[in-house]
Ligand binder design. Sequence first.
Ligand SMILES: Cc1cc2nc3c(=O)[nH]c(=O)nc-3n(C[C@H](O)[C@H](O)[C@H](O)COP(=O)(O)O)c2cc1C
Length: 207
Amino acid sequence: MKLLRIDSSARSGSITRQLTAKFVEEWKKSHPAGEVIQRDLATTMLPQITDDWGGTRLDPSQLTPDQRNYLSTSDHLIRELQAADTIVIGAPMYNFAIPSSLKAWIDQIVRMGKTFGYGPRGARGLLSDKKVIVITARGGAYPKGTPGEKLDFQEPYLRHILGFIGLTDVTFIHAENQAREEAGPSLASAAEHIGRLVADQSQQIAH
Ligand SMILES: Cc1cc2nc3c(=O)[nH]c(=O)nc-3n(C[C@H](O)[C@H](O)[C@H](O)COP(=O)(O)O)c2cc1C
């Protein structure tokens, strides 16, 4: 089994990093022989989408050396994603959405012919059979059914784009109110949720 851990917080001692680390720790207990691949987007400088992205629409034999070189990052990140059975993503809320580093990663892995394609019913995701856990941290709170919900451009976007490439088994765990008095209890509750989730997932595998 392979776990891909993706962090995108700019802060080394961040809440989402604490929680993705907790997920890895719990996951390793139930997968002692499992492999963990770490992708830290704060230290991996990903390219922006440039004119060379057009090479994704060409047959590989037609690529120029520049296009081939440019697309090698996307090739590598997609292979990493394809190889994983479980993906845990640490996603701080920045300006009601996601860090640009995480958006840059998404831009590299959402790729026609590799992670999505077109069929008779339109676009369809090409990835399957993977569990995704998105762990967020926010200064405020955006609970469902409250006026704050419509300001959450993080969960709806991530749910949509992950689903677009076929990743539909997605669980969100939010550590909210990190800039408020409730920070401690909210963090503890997120950590507890992680423990429960990994235990439940291991039981499902055992049956
Ligand atoms: C650049 C920046 C933008 C932020 N924007 C928001 C925001 O729009 N809404 C919010 O609730 N918190 C916002 N925050 C607070 C973070 O979501 C919060 O500090 C969270 O703990 C960050 O995750 P981390 O601890 O893993 O870095 C922002 C923080 C930074 C640094």
